[in-house]
Design a protein around this ligand. Sequence first.
Ligand code: 5GP
Length: 182
Amino acid sequence: MTNQQEFKSKIKRVLITEAELQERIKHAGSMLSEEYQGKPLLLVSILKGAFVFLADLCREITIPCEIDFMATKSYYGGTTNCGTVNIVYELEHDISQYHVLIVEDIIDTGITLKDVVKKLKARNPLSLKVITLLDKTDARKVEFEADYTLFEIPNEYVIGYGLDSGEYYRNLPYIAVFDEKR
Ligand code: 5GP
C-alpha cells in the first residue's frame, strides 16, 4: 500500500456504520449475558478477522466469561479436498468443561465454520453455539447456519472492523464494501 489516496479509493461505500455495529453488539451482549447466566462460558475466536468483534462483544457481556483463540487454514479445490480446514493455532482450554460460543466475523461459503464446529463438537463441550457478525447467505457452498447473526449482507467483499484486504483495513471502525476493480 503506497499512499493514503490509494488506500481510501478502494473503500467503495460504507455498508454498516460504527453506530449500527455498536447498537447490535450491545443488544447481543445483554442477550448472551442472560442466556449464559450461571454457566461456565468460553468465547472462542477464530483469528484474525474476529478480533475487533470479540473485543467489543465481550465488553457488552456482563457475566463472568473466559476467552480463547484459534487459527485455521483452509484448503479449497485443487489437489486437496474441498472443505478441509486445518487448525494451525490451538485452543488452550479443555472445552469439555465449558459452554462454548464461537465468535466469528463473517460466514461466506460456510466451509470454515462447518468443519470447525465438527472438530470442536468431537471434544465434547457442555454446549456449542456460533455467533457471527456478518452472514453472506447467498455465498454458501455447504449447509451451515449460525445460532446468532447480527447482520445479513450481500455477496460482496467487505473490509473493516477486523476484516482485511491484504492485511490492510482491519482498523476501519465500520464495515465497507471493497472496490476490487480500482
Ligand atoms: P468461509 O469458510 O465461510 O467461506 O470463510 C470464512 C472466512 O473467509 C472469514 O472468516 C474471512 O476470513 C474470509 N472472508 C469471507 N468473506 C470475506 C469478505 O467479504 N471480506 C473479508 N475480508 N474476508 C472474508
